[in-house]
Design a protein around this ligand. Structure first.
Ligand code: ADP
Ligand code: F6P
Length: 487
């Protein structure tokens, strides 16, 4: 896999389910590489810019993987997934077993032993791929819930490596985690790392409690000490691993510059005009995921229209929903429900030329999203559970004019930091309606004060700070890697 030019391997390797780009084949057979969806790629793309490193990940389609290729200083190393593995490892175990358990069981998780076997097999393949490209003593940064077995599988193959893992999503309370038939193997997989990073202190604590309860490990301060096990399935190596909160962020300076560019400013004017220059624009920007609280948001908007508190053309709501995981049943049902609700609301409250809810089920470029943020007088970020939610941080940063207002769910990681937002509990529809109205009607000076505090917070804790904190914690991890005799 490693071309001759780098036969000694890379000193820094990232492993994530997806590469930063996805391959799309058009009907005429032409191939396009597009930025992959999700917060992980948004954040890591800017961290990895100009770094000489390898990124091991899936190229987004089933079948044989393309050869490794370079994107600037970054070597992209595609890992192949068969059609069956996409169904069992990605759509199945990752997104229909782990995702619901790690997000408060908003929909019921599905357990299939065949999915677990595929998850193990694909994690082994990722570990192999990383072991091949990593230089002696390299630092490896593994990402997210799709690759929880990689740290231990990699350590078994390459004890010389320094291995860190970061979870972009929540880590569930032990009562939910314990439902997993493979809970011990997953914890042992994670304990192969030297340092484990989580979004919130609560996530790190949940992980430590799970280690105590499931593995009978000792957890003191932020260090888990595990004596190992006789069970060959779990591996035997005793480990001391630190687990702590390192909240992720955004490339604040890059976004500020983009948002202020003349092209984006022109788009702001155009978008507002095409919405009919309303007095107030409310906006939601999410992957179409049941964790994002889009249903609850639409319910509140529908009731506000019904109560006559808001009405087009003065107030309009725009919902941008990125297509996501469309072959997973819960996502198909969600899409049907959301689109039915939008249709019903518009049927009842729109007039010719005055649409109450604008719904866009599409992906956009970063420029367009930056323009939409500046069009939004009130941004609605109302997830039922979210590891962080970068959209909230992007919104306050893109509003370099000092305007806008952020309504933010208390169930996001972002709520731990963005305390001056208009906080809401999305399950409380009456409370959500009140909060939206407050964010619309509060006096402009109060809103500007809140936005300025929020922007400062993101400016002082940007994505580079996050990466720096993670990598320093990894470098200072309690256990030292062994010298490899095999290389
Ligand atoms: P998640 O990782 O769960 O998708 P985040 O809010 O953390 O949620 O990150 C989502 C990222 O995707 C943000 O950078 C956001 O700007 C981007 N994004 C969201 N919707 C779209 C869209 N329709 N088109 C392009 N980018 C989008
Ligand atoms: O941040 C959570 C996350 O699941 C990432 O792991 C992932 O890249 C992103 O959301 C988008 O999801 P998917 O890769 O399933 O399209």
């Amino acid at each position: 896999m490693v071309p001759a030019s780098s036969s000694s391997g890379f000193d820094f390797v990232v492993a994530a389910n997806r590469l930063p780009v996805d391959r799309h084949v058009h009907p005429d057979g032409s191939v396009e590489w597009r930025t992959s969806p999700g917060g992980l790629v948004t954040a890591m793309e800017s961290v990895m810019q100009d770094r000489e490193a390898a990124w091991v990940g899936w190229a987004g389609f089933a079948g044989e993987a393309p050869e490794p290729f370079d994107d600037g200083a970054l070597r992209l190393c595609p890992v192949p997934l068969s059609t069956e593995e996409v169904a069992d490892y990605y759509e199945g175990f990752s997104n229909d077993t782990l995702w619901p358990i790690y997000h408060d069981v908003i929909v019921p998780p599905t357990f299939h032993r065949s999915w677990w076997h595929a998850y193990r097999r694909v994690n082994e393949r990722f570990a192999e791929a990383v072991a091949e490209v990593a230089a002696e003593g390299a630092t490896v940064w593994v990402h997210d819930y799709q690759l929880q077995l990689v740290p231990a599988l990699l350590r078994d193959r390459r004890p010389d490596l320094r291995i860190g893992w970061f979870n972009h999503i929540p880590f569930p309370p032990v009562e939910l985690f314990s439902q997993l038939p493979w809970r011990a193997a997953i914890l042992r997989g994670l304990l192969g790392a030297d340092f484990l990073g989580f979004q919130r202190a609560d996530d790190a604590r949940n992980f430590m409690r799970a280690c105590r309860s499931v593995l009978r490990a000792t957890a003191k301060g932020d260090v888990v000490t595990w004596a190992g096990a006789d069970d060959a399935q779990l591996g035997a190596a005793p480990r001391r691993v630190r687990a702590a909160a390192v909240p992720i962020s955004i490339d604040a300076q890059g976004l500020r510059e983009l948002a202020g560019s003349p092209e984006v400013q022109d788009r702001v004017t155009e978008i507002r005009a095409s919405l009919g220059n309303p007095k107030v624009v409310l906006l939601g920007v999410d992957r179409l995921d049941y964790t994002k609280g889009i249903r609850h948001r639409l319910r509140a908007i529908g009731e506000l229209l019904e109560d006559g508190e808001i009405a087009p053309p003065d107030v309009v709501f725009v919902q941008i929903a990125t297509p996501s995981r469309e072959r997973v049943e819960a996502y198909r049902l969600l899409r049907e429900e959301i689109e039915g609700t939008v249709g019903r609301i518009n049927g009842d409250f729109s007039h010719l030329g005055d649409t109450a809810v604008h719904y866009l089920h599409q992906s956009f470029g970063r420029e367009e999203i930056a323009a939409f943020f500046q069009v939004a007088d009130v941004m609605l970020v109302t997830p039922l559970r979210d590891g962080m939610n970068l959209v909230a941080k992007e919104y306050v940063t893109a509003r370099h004019d000092g305007g806008g207002a952020l309504v933010l769910s208390e169930f996001t990681g972002a709520a731990m930091e963005l305390r001056q937002a208009y906080m809401c509990n999305p399950h409380d529809i009456a409370g959500l309606k009140e909060t939206i109205l407050r964010a619309i009607r509060d006096n402009p000076a109060a809103k500007r004060r809140r936005m300025s505090a929020l922007r400062r917070r993101v400016h002082n804790h940007d994505v580079q700070t996050w990466a720096g904190e993670f990598l320093s914690a990894l470098a200072a991890a309690p256990d030292r890697p062994a010298k490899s005799s095999s290389r």
